[in-house]
Design a protein around this ligand. Structure first.
Ligand SMILES: [Zn+2]
Length: 123
């Protein structure tokens, strides 16, 4: 059994399993050629055309949300709002027409009125 062997693009940071364990030798060669042409060449960051995996976008949004929430740790409503923005951005990335109700249904275990009520306040 081949163990995963991850290589990281020095230009964009994208990771790739280079062990070839899920692919045929021909596909592996094709993947290596694509990696060299797309990533090692720097094309992945040329002309401002950068791509990010969903995991990287999610991690960046969550880190940003944590930093902003830390400015006012006592303000629970602000924290709920910031986290809702981060969750909504991730969901809307995949479903551009989604409304907040759809975001809450996809990302929270609580019901829609509860979660939106945290941000609406006034109760
Ligand atoms: Zn790259």
């Amino acid at each position: 059994m081949t163990t995963p062997h991850y290589v990281t693009c020095p230009n964009c940071g994208e990771k790739r399993d280079a062990s070839g364990r899920y692919t045929s030798p021909a596909n592996r060669e094709h993947d290596q050629r694509w990696w060299a042409e797309e990533h090692l060449s720097g094309r992945c960051v040329a002309d401002g055309a950068r791509t990010f995996t969903q995991d990287r976008i999610s991690a960046a949004l969550n880190r940003a949300a944590d930093k902003v929430c830390a400015l006012a740790p006592q303000d629970v409503r602000l924290g709920d709002a910031i986290n809702l923005v981060a969750n909504a951005a991730l969901h809307i990335l995949e479903f551009p027409d989604a409304d907040l109700e759809a975001v809450v249904e996809a990302k929270y275990s609580e019901d829609v009125d509860t979660v939106l009520g945290w941000v609406r306040g006034g109760h």
